[in-house]
Design a protein. Structure first.
Lengths: 517, 335, 311
């Protein structure tokens, strides 16, 4: 009996002290060593964690872009020259001061050893004017520069990385030197365990939260982990969690903006996929609001053919719409030569072979409603379930007709409308096949290079219209992420447009700093 | 060291094993359960209210009219999913069992004859044993996609080799018997010898092998379902369990009972009934020296392994060497 | 004797070669590699070229295999294609966790199994015993995920005593680690005990019926003494056979590790397969087999040492 009591006591004895001072966050996997060269790109967890260690020139709060390392900046009238004035008194974790030289070094170094979340090909040169002034020259005007480049590129110390040839192999605490609010104190790769400790010398003041820990919890048990108090913050896509915690004394749920998107990608090089009429036929054949409702169980918004989410500041309603219209779908397919020739309910081609549409996916269950929808029109739709590496292989080799993918990034600066279809997208899940129609390329280029905001807005609207016509992708839904958290330890809010470029994660470093809401 | 049980007749210490089928209450219960499960599988169309992938109501609905268990996150009737899942899982189990047992029997008997074949089989066995089955299955699924057919083939491939060795040993034991030599002297063909003498003695072993393979295949399928590698087209116990366990709020309410409960319970019931009926199968037609058979039934090839470990002293068979033990033991836990 | 060693050695060698070839070939048969699949791990061009050069991934298989063998001879297991860290490090940091899990579970199952089996061998036969035996076997043949889920339900949801995830995190106090490791260990023990129980039951039961032990009992030795005698005879075989089960536990615990999120070699292998991280897949197989070989050799040595026949 004594033994039992002792065992129970042992079991109940939580590690004292450390739990109170630290905020513990659950994530589903290890995200690699947190430097810009060895972080994991499977998912957005890695790049967001970097932002605790490193700073960028600009940052975002719940209202938009704010100055960060750069306390002010000027743009030339032709949009190719940016002059940043850096904040004084910024120091690296090892005490050395951060200067304009480090900024120049960062850009130059990332040209040779690319940072996987940003495309720096547009940067022509970076000059140091004086200790606190950096001049960035672009090869051509680039409208997303401030949000997508200056707001994302982490500034790295020249005295650590200068002369290093294989940076992805340097994975020790000595090289994890940044200027951010936290220092990396411990990392256990096999456990996916990270321990960040507040950096007292941070230019915005010492962070209020002394320590942040990341632990790996299997996704199906993250909510459970918050309930039992093992972690203080976890994420889920299940909307039922809102009702579950309604009225809870201290656990709350925050819904992000619906920045996660589920869509069909068409292979534009495929003989059938390359036909615009076919894509439009499928758009009429899929009951998009129904599919959205089933997959997201009411938490999402139906997809928009113009790709931009309704509610987004860049959204325009003036795009081509595709109502769920099986009759129209069959008409379009008939014009391509597919009709039900033998009365079996399925459409056949001119030679009598059935029209089979194989949807390549890694998430079989999410495609169920979609397949149902297509079957009702007479398209023999099947799911080809493969694991992610195989799916990537098929996508890279163009061996598919339709592919189903879900990813984050449908928000923030609208340049993603260009990168998704030009082969330049950094978020690999978001990449699609290249759309070569001249009209698309023209507007894509125009919006990226527009200097005048009104001009850019017009171009973005036109781009949406073109995309809704061409339909290189059929967006099915946008959905939010739900963050469950202990409100006694954290006060959460949403970064406008998502962290970095449309990431619906909530670990904005402002959360942990003094003087913010 | 211990001498083989058969060599020392100590009747007083042994449970008197009835020669006929010893059906007592638990075994009868197991037979009923097995029959019920098979019945459900056969009558799936009648018992289920909805087609396998049909949407029956709103997602995650609580039990209501026509929805005795509620719905899953895609709105499909959990009761129908379980019914059809029973059919798929039992079909899978039976196919794997049949293929595996047949292959083991054929290979075992064939290798009883020639040394070369025996070497090949044993080499194959050890190679397969060196790679963990579960991971091999994951690799196969990645290669071919999670289709039921591929899974059946993969599972059959993994399961037969080890038991073939057991069959071989047993066949050789039988072939050594005096009356076999006598009948061969009288002009009996090998096939006749096989049919009359070998197969009847092998039958209990094969039956238990079949039942235990069914059990194993169903469990493996369920485990693969948990990690998301089940066939999406046909619902099975594994796919229902997989979808349940990937729902993040499974343990938050009582939904786990309705969703994961039935398939989990079925897997457990099938496991139990296969084991018990296997014991029964071994009991019937067993030889007088039935203790080894009894154990064989209880744990399948493990019993035969025990026999090997203790070293059968039948004429001509060498003492159980470590290599034999290793082969048998490598098999255990799988079949 | 020499002949036996000779054939064993050749067989071992052939097996080793077979495993090496399979080890090399199987990952490459899978569609998708980290390099050809930009979606999976978009590599910056410099890193890509470095990896391409180091692994000769664009060269024919024969060259790759030769290179693989050469590096193996040097003890260089390469670098992970996903995390860029040396494979020895990636696998090595999982070894202590795997050892902890496997050793604890195996020992627990062995001890418990031996106890239960001996108990069963000496107690009354009959209906109660058969029922108990059936229950034991039934529990042992339950799928591990089922046992794991039931345990999670009981100890993490209904009685929130233990953490839901198996991955311990610093500070590594004994209590902390124990709390995280408890459930995975119990799951494996539950699955493995019945086997050992039946094994010991049969072994001990058979030994107890031996004439010489009957003689010992006739001479009036107490039951403890008899059992001690029995176990001295049985221990070598029992350990050898139990040790063979050890092999299965090292990577066979993968499913349990996955359910709990436990940082063992099984889940590493699983993740590596999912990411097509060839060097890690090969490394796990190799180091895993090495581990198992060491353990079983040690065990066999102990068994032989204990075996009164050999003395």
């Amino acid at each position: 009996m004594r033994l039992v009591a002792w065992l129970v006591a042992l079991a109940l004895a939580a590690p004292a002290g450390s739990q109170e001072a630290a905020v513990r966050i659950a994530w589903w996997t290890d995200v690699g060593f947190p430097t810009p060269f060895s972080f994991s790109t499977v998912g957005p967890g890695g790049v967001v964690r970097l932002t605790l260690l490193y700073d960028s020139l600009l940052w975002k709060d719940d209202r938009g872009l704010i100055p960060w390392l750069a306390e002010s900046w000027r743009t030339s009238s032709d949009g190719t020259r940016y002059v940043f004035r850096l904040r004084r008194q910024v120091v690296w974790h090892d005490g050395r001061p951060l200067t304009a030289r480090d900024v120049r070094f960062s850009f130059a170094y990332f040209r040779r050893h690319p940072f996987r979340w940003v495309d720096l090909s547009v940067v022509r040169a970076v000059e140091v004017q004086d200790r606190e002034t950096v001049v960035v020259e672009l090869a051509r005007p680039f409208a997303p520069f401030l949000e997508n480049v200056a707001g994302v590129v982490p500034v790295i110390p020249e005295h650590v990385w200068g002369g290093v040839e294989a940076p992805e192999r340097r994975q020790s605490l000595e090289v994890a030197v940044g200027s951010g609010p936290y220092r990396l104190v411990e990392y256990r790769p096999e456990l996916g365990f990270y321990r960040f400790v507040a950096f007292a010398g941070y230019f915005r003041g010492r962070p209020v939260v002394r320590e942040i820990q990341y632990v790996v919890v299997p996704p199906a048990r993250q909510v459970l982990a918050v309930q039992t108090g093992e972690v203080d913050l976890a994420m889920t896509t299940a909307p039922e969690v809102v009702d579950l915690f309604r009225g809870h004394p201290y656990l709350r749920v925050l819904a992000t903006e619906p920045l996660s998107v589920g869509r069909l990608v068409f292979n534009l090089e495929h003989p059938l996929g390359g036909r615009k009429l076919f894509r439009q036929a499928l758009a009429h054949a899929v009951d998009v609001p129904d599919v959205a409702n089933w997959v997201t169980r009411g938490s999402g918004i139906p997809g928009n053919p113009g790709v931009v989410r309704p509610g987004d500041p860049w959204y325009t309603p003036r795009v081509r719409r595709y109502a769920f219209d099986p009759v129209q779908a069959r008409r379009l397919l008939r014009s391509l030569g597919y009709e039900d020739r033998d009365g079996d309910g399925f459409l056949e081609g001119p030679d009598g072979t059935r029209l089979v549409v194989e949807v390549v996916t890694s998430a079989a269950r999410e495609t169920e409603p979609l397949l149902r929808s297509l079957l009702r029109v007479g398209v023999d739709a099947r799911a080809r379930v493969v694991d992610p590496p195989t799916r990537a292989q098929l996508a890279a080799e163009g061996r598919f007709l339709v592919l189903y993918t879900t990813h984050v990034g449908a928000g923030g600066d609208p340049d993603y409308l260009r990168t998704w279809f030009s082969g330049e997208e950094a978020n690999a899940f978001a990449a699609g096949t290249v759309l070569r129609t001249p009209e698309f390329q023209r507007w894509a280029r125009l919006q990226a290079e527009a200097v005048d905001p009104a001009q850019r807005r017009r171009a973005v609207y036109q781009l949406q219209r073109v995309l809704s016509e061409e339909l290189p992708t059929l967006v099915l839904f946008y959905r939010p992420f739900y963050w469950v958290y202990d409100s006694r330890k954290l006060r959460l809010w949403n970064t406008r447009g998502g962290l970095l470029n449309g990431i619906p994660l909530v670990e904005n470093k402002l959360l942990f700093l003094p003087g913010t809401r | 060291m211990a001498r083989p049980a058969g060599a020392v007749a100590v009747p007083s210490r042994r449970t008197p094993r009835t020669p006929g089928p010893g059906v007592d209450v638990p075994t009868a219960g197991a037979l009923l359960v097995l029959a019920a499960l098979v019945g459900v599988a056969v009558l799936a169309g009648v018992l289920a209210s909805y087609a396998p992938r049909e949407v029956a109501g709103p997602p995650l609905a609580t039990p209501g009219p026509r929805l005795p268990l509620g719905t899953d996150e895609l709105g499909r009737d959990l009761w129908s999913l379980w019914i059809y899942g029973t059919r798929t899982s039992l079909l899978l189990g039976a196919s794997v069992g049949l293929l595996s047992t047949a292959a083991a029997a054929a290979a075992g008997i064939a290798s009883a004859g020639t040394h070369v074949f025996a070497r090949i089989v044993s080499a194959f066995t050890e190679l397969v044993a060196a790679i963990p089955v579960f991971l091999l299955l994951v690799l196969t699924m990645a290669l071919t996609g999670p289709s039921l057919g591929a899974l059946v083939l993969a599972l059959s491939t993994c399961g037969w080799a080890v038991f073939a060795r057991v069959v071989r040993v047993q066949t050789r034991v039988e072939l050594q018997r005096d009356f076999v030599a006598a009948s061969q002297a009288l002009g009996a063909t090998p096939v006749w010898v096989l049919r009359r003498h070998v197969l009847p003695q092998l039958a209990p072993l094969l039956w238990t092998k079949f039942l235990l393979t069914v059990r194993w295949a169903v469990v493996v399928e369920a485990t693969l379902g948990i990690v998301g590698l089940s066939d999406p087209v046909r619902p099975s116990w594994g796919s229902v369990l997989g979808s349940a366990f990937s729902y993040p709020l499974l343990f938050a309410g009582d939904v786990w009972l309705r969703w994961a409960g039935p398939p989990a319970l079925s897997v457990a019931l099938l496991t139990w009934s296969c084991t018990a009926v296997g014991e029964l199968a071994a009991g019937t037609g067993g030889r007088r020296n039935g203790d080894a058979r009894g154990s064989a039934a209880l744990t399948g090839s493990w019993g035969a392994v025990r026999e090997l470990a203790l070293g059968p002293s039948r004429r001509g068979i060498p003492e159980g060497s470590v290599e034999k033990k290793s082969a048998g033991w490598a098999a255990h836990g799988r079949v | 004797m020499r002949a036996m060693w000779g054939t064993a050695a050749t067989r071992g060698l052939l097996l080793g070669v077979g495993v090496l070839v399979a080890n090399f070939a199987v990952p490459r048969l899978l569609p998708g590699t980290p390099l050809t699949a930009p979606e999976l791990a978009p590599l910056p061009s410099g890193a890509r070229q470095r990896i391409q050069a180091e692994y000769l991934l664009d060269r024919p298989w024969t060259e790759q295999f030769a290179h693989y063998l050469r590096s193996l001879a040097r003890g260089d297991l390469g670098r992970s294609l996903v995390s860029f860290r040396p494979v020895t490090q990636v696998v090595g940091e999982r070894v202590p966790w795997t050892v902890l899990l496997v050793l604890t579970s195996w020992t627990g199952a062995v001890v418990l199994g031996a106890l239960l089996g001996t108990l069963s061998a000496v107690t009354e036969r009959g209906f109660r015993r058969r029922l108990w035996l059936s229950a034991l076997v039934f529990v042992g043949s339950l799928p591990e995920f089922l046992v794991a889920s039931l345990l999670i339900l009981t100890f993490s949801v209904w009685l929130p005593l233990l953490p839901a995830s198996g991955a311990p995190h610093p500070p590594y106090t004994w209590a902390q680690v124990a709390r995280h490791v408890f459930l995975p260990v119990v799951t494996l023990v539950v699955s493995a005990t019945p086997t050992f129980a039946l094994l010991s039951r049969d072994l001990v039961g058979a030994v107890l019926r031996e004439p010489f032990l009957l003689a010992v009992r006739a001479k009036g030795a107490c039951s403890w003494g008899v059992l001690r005698h029995a176990w001295r005879c049985v221990l070598p075989t029992f350990l050898t056979l139990a040790g063979l089960r050890l092999a299965g536990l090292v990577t066979g615990a993968a499913a349990v590790e996955r359910v709990f999120g436990y940082p063992g070699m099984g889940s590493l292998l699983f993740d590596a397969v999912l990411q097509r991280d060839y060097p890690v897949i090969q490394g796990v197989f190799l180091l895993g087999s090495l581990l198992v070989l060491t353990a079983s050799t040690l065990l066999e040595g102990v068994a032989r040492w204990l075996d009164p026949r050999v003395r």
